[in-house]
Design a protein around this ligand. Structure first.
Ligand SMILES: [Zn+2]
Length: 477
């Protein structure tokens, strides 16, 4: 925006917002480019009447108002939704009826930078911004009916902002399309979820985070709703009843089967995160078999994996383009890792991050992975923290990473030689051993960020870390 234009905006802002009635009557005569900066002014100054009229007269296809709502404010939301009501009931000057999408998602939006004078975007601002608006929206948002986009974080119970939005949306669901792209459910009442999913239809949800605290029957009840989220890209599951596979009765078995079968309904699932999900032990094969699209991320942390689960990793096409594998806090010490090696060999072209933190691995197990690891040339991050590995084994590991030139972060366990018989770290020995290991690594290639760490201290819950310098846990200071 030029200096003259900025000055004009400032003059218009002062005169218009000092008299809301004048501002409202002048709206239809304002040049289009003055509207976004004035909207921001009305928004931050909470000039709610002006705001309502500006929404109704918005001259662009999308109003990304969520990007301005750092903290949700109920009265501002009401004014914005009143503006939409006014627009949709045709009490608006026809010239102004261009708005198609109200975007309430609190994501950064380039619109305000280019249109509202936050930066000097030059003469091509309008063209760039139109393309950008389209790019920043989900594809379904550009079709047919008026759309309201919102992300919902449902934690324990709906807050007053969400309650208002949900009621408003429910009353208008026959002539608006309500789309929630990201839904987070944290211990939210089951009946309320059913009502929310009647308003915000599941097929628009692209990301679901579920920290429910539910038992298996409740998860089974919810499962068909999850299956309706057929455009889900990312699924995060945690805090589901930690039930061991040997304690699952025939009835609960049906619940598990019902849950797993939903995975065959996802058309484009790319990222699957599961934390503390015990009931899938021995059933990963069933789950992988259901996947229809290639996964980029598979994170199974604090889970229980069996040998046949590991074996099933390399049997399915849906996993052979994996970029991120995280099996941290999964006990691997009594498993043969040959199956994991075979799997790693199948993803050497794509794997970018590998996390095997706190897996109870010993030298022989890590050794089994090395032939595959040495070929994973796309790796940018490896994490082997909290495994019982010796110094010679770590040196051997470094030799196998000679060709991994993309590595930017490497996390290794402090080797066994750094501890006394009781498992207490010996500070001087820790520094000496780790500096020798750094030298050994540098002899192989030029590393970027490297850390060696002990387990978390039982007293202070911190680690002692060596990353060129030694920082011991606070207990030593
Ligand atoms: Zn400590």
């Amino acid at each position: 925006m030029s200096f003259q234009a900025l000055k004009l905006v400032e003059l218009a802002r002062q005169s218009l917002l000092s008299d809301e009635a004048v501002a409202i009557s002048a709206l239809q005569y304002l040049p289009e480019e003055l509207i976004p900066p004035l909207f921001m002014e009305a928004f931050t100054g909470r000039h709610l009447k002006v705001l309502r009229e500006m929404v109704a007269a918005w001259p662009y296809p999308c109003l990304p108002v969520g990007a301005l709502m750092e903290t949700p404010h109920l009265e501002t939301l009401k004014a914005v939704l009143d503006g939409v009501d006014k627009l949709l009931t045709h009490k608006v000057h026809p010239r102004s009826r261009k708005l198609q999408v109200l975007d309430l998602r609190t994501v950064q939006h380039s619109f305000w930078n280019t249109r509202a004078g936050r930066e000097d975007a030059g003469s091509s601002a309008q063209a760039v911004s139109d393309k950008q608006i389209v790019k920043d929206l989900p594809r379904y948002a550009l079709r047919r009916r008026f759309k309201v986009l919102a992300d919902l974080s449902l934690r324990f119970s709906a807050n007053e902002y969400q309650t208002y939005l949900l009621q408003w949306a429910e009353q208008r669901k026959h002539f608006l399309q309500l789309c929630c792209s990201k839904m987070q459910i944290v211990a939210f009442p089951v009946d309320s979820i059913r009502n929310v999913l009647k308003i915000f239809q599941p097929q628009y949800i692209e990301e679901l985070e579920l920290y429910s605290g539910w038992n298996l029957p409740t998860l089974a009840w919810f499962s068909p709703y999850m299956g309706q989220m057929r455009n889900l890209h990312k699924l995060f599951l945690a805090s589901i009843q930690k039930i061991k596979v040997e304690n699952i009765s025939t009835d609960l078995e049906k619940c598990v089967t019902r849950f797993i079968s939903q995975f065959s309904k996802f058309n484009s699932l790319q990222h699957l995160y599961m934390n503390g999900i015990y009931f899938l032990s021995h059933r990963m094969k069933q789950l992988f078999r259901c996947l229809k699209s290639p996964l980029e991320t598979l994170s199974m942390t604090d889970c229980v994996l069996s040998q046949c689960d590991l074996n099933s990793l390399c049997q399915y096409q849906s996993l052979c383009q994996l970029k991120h594998l995280n099996v941290s806090s999964v006990e691997l010490f009594d498993l043969h890792l040959t199956d994991l090696r075979v799997f790693l060999e199948s993803v050497i072209e794509t794997l970018q991050t590998l996390e095997l933190e706190h897996c109870g691995m010993r030298d022989s197990q890590l050794s089994a992975l090395l032939p595959a690891l040495s070929q994973c040339s796309q790796l940018t991050k490896v994490n082997f923290y909290d495994n019982d590995i010796s110094m010679p084994m770590l040196k051997d590991l470094f030799h196998h990473t000679a060709n991994l030139s993309q590595l930017t972060l490497e996390l290794y366990p402090a080797p066994l030689e750094c501890f006394d018989d009781m498992g207490v770290v010996l500070p001087e020995r820790f520094s000496l051993v780790c500096s020798q290991l750094m030298d050994a690594l540098r002899a192989v290639r030029q590393p970027k960020k490297v850390s060696f760490a002990t387990y978390f201290c039982h007293e202070c819950c911190s680690r002692s870390i060596y990353d060129l310098e030694t920082s011991l846990c606070p207990c030593w200071q």
